[in-house]
Design a protein around this ligand. Structure first.
Ligand code: SF4
Length: 491
């Protein structure tokens, strides 16, 4: 190393060594997924019935026909191992059946394979048994589900299925992000940015600068309404949120009585308790008020100026005027709440509601001043980018976390407080936390797939990118509206 005047010149070796140290100190964000077996397996997908007499007759006839060729005699028609137990088809293993129907085609006289009604009965009309089984799989493995059977569903459908993302721009550097060679960022900012910066003649900033915090994934763990959250669930939410660097929104009472305050925990306070907003400590960065009240918001703000204050805004008639008031009052984080089917109290779907809210703020030139969150109606990995395209910054998850923990739901599952949870008998905190971490890893990886395929390098740039999405109803209308008999609609 030499000293050339004020400049320090490094030898090649020294420069290489320092560069190596710098490179080694870089930590790329990653979620540690780990296979976490089920504690309460879902009912089998299919019921496999084998007629014992028919099977015995077939084996007898094959022994005569193929005497000596035992590999032929003992071959089984199912490559998935349903008939590969010690006594073959006499005791099938339906948990391995994928419903390919090969056995029924080969031996229709004594094999039947039927969908299992117990499996189909899981969930409800929105959170279907198929979605439950997908979440279960994601929470077990923490990977992107790959079935190798292609897409077998229909194109288009109600709700989020009526929206497609534009993946026509395959941009190679962004594809590289999926394999770790380049970065696709899933970081989102929570808080408020001024729409412009103002400086005095000395170059000093005179208006308030950005007041934001960042989380590593565009989703937070939310609490359902009512008394569904318990100390156990709150502790699991908190631990998982700390592990993946996101936020857990928990009722303030649970936070206080169980000493759960942390930088990853967002206590939810009633407006009557707004004065306690600054009392949680232990690194608390944000609190939420459970409804809009200007005086309560000012009280919460005054209790600690460094805190982010979020306000929950249920999608109920008149939400638009409350949203306008909140933006004018300077609320930095607005957390919309729909029911579990993603609807407001009049049955409108969040896809349209979110676009309306986003466009309202675009028109008033205030969109960047506010962070939008939404809970309710996001129950599959593809709902996450779709809701961001509609204008959200991040999503609040609750039901998918319960499903990841293999909870069985009963009661009014459409409402946010009218259902009951039954957790598996052996549901220890470590197991449940890892299942939620796995689900997060899987959903993040699927988000990276979509961002990569769309050529978008960071999820922040996806917000409100409606021009990169297509709606089935619009495409059909464009193609068929001039054809007599075309009825239009979303189906
Ligand atoms: S339907 Fe397919 S997977 Fe199921 S038992 Fe028959 S061959 Fe095996």
């Amino acid at each position: 190393m030499g000293n050339d005047g004020n400049q320090v010149t490094l030898t090649k070796e020294e420069f290489a060594r320092q560069s190596r140290i710098l490179a080694d100190s870089y930590h790329r964000y990653h979620i540690d997924a780990m296979e976490t077996p089920d504690r309460q397996a879902l009912p089998n997908n299919f019921i496999v019935k084998v007629g014992k007499i028919g099977l015995a007759k077939m084996i007898t006839s094959e022994i005569f026909h193929y005497w000596g060729k035992w590999d032929v005699v003992f071959s089984r028609p199912c490559t998935y191992g349903v008939f590969s137990g010690p006594i073959g088809g006499f005791s099938p293993r339906p948990e391995m059946c994928v419903g390919c129907l090969r056995c029924t085609v080969q031996h229709p006289e004594f094999v039947t394979v039927l969908p299992n009604p117990a499996r189909a009965a899981l969930g409800d009309s929105y959170l279907s048994s198929k979605l439950i089984s997908t979440i279960d799989d994601e929470a077990r493995k923490g990977t992107v589900p790959v079935r190798g059977q292609g897409y077998r569903g229909r194109f288009g459908g109600p709700g989020w299925d009526g929206m497609f993302t534009d993946m026509s721009e395959i941009v190679r550097p962004s594809r590289d992000g999926i394999h770790g060679r380049e970065l696709i960022s899933t970081v989102v900012d929570i808080g408020s940015k001024p729409m412009s910066l103002k400086f005095d003649s000395n170059g000093e900033l005179v208006n308030e600068g950005p007041k934001m915090m960042s989380i590593q994934v565009p989703f937070v763990f939310d609490s359902p309404d009512g008394n569904i959250m318990t100390k156990k669930l709150a502790t699991i939410w908190k631990t998982a949120a700390e592990q993946i660097d996101t936020l857990a929104m928990l009722p303030a009472e649970l936070v206080t009585t169980n000493s759960l305050a942390s930088r990853a925990v967002v206590p939810i306070l009633s407006t009557n308790d707004a004065a306690n907003a600054g009392s949680f400590g232990n690194g608390t960065r944000m609190v939420e008020l459970d409804s809009w009240d200007n005086a309560a918001f000012e009280t919460a703000k005054a209790s600690n100026h460094d805190l982010q204050i979020g306000i929950r805004l249920p999608f109920e008639s008149g939400w638009q005027s409350k949203l306008t008031e909140m933006v004018q009052a300077g609320v930095p984080v607005i957390h919309f709440v729909a029911n579990n089917h993603g609807e407001d109290n009049e049955g409108n779907f969040i896809m349209d509601l979110l676009m309306e809210a986003h466009n309202m703020l675009l028109e008033s030139g205030t969109r960047d001043k506010v962070t939008f969150l939404n809970s309710g109606g996001i129950v599959a990995a593809d709902h996450l980018p779709k809701s961001i395209i509609c204008g959200l910054d991040a999503v609040g998850l609750d039901l998918p976390l319960f499903i990841a923990m293999q909870a069985r739901l009963s009661g009014d599952t459409a409402s946010r407080s009218g259902y009951k949870l039954k957790l598996p008998r052996k549901c220890d905190d470590k197991w449940a936390t890892q299942r939620i971490v796995n689900l997060s890893a899987s959903w993040r990886d699927q988000l990276l797939e979509i961002l990569g395929a769309m050529g978008v390098r960071e999820v922040r740039r996806l917000r409100g990118e409606m021009g990169r999405a297509m709606w089935c109803a619009h495409l059909e209308a464009e193609a068929f509206s001039e054809i007599e008999g075309f009825l239009g609609g979303d189906e």
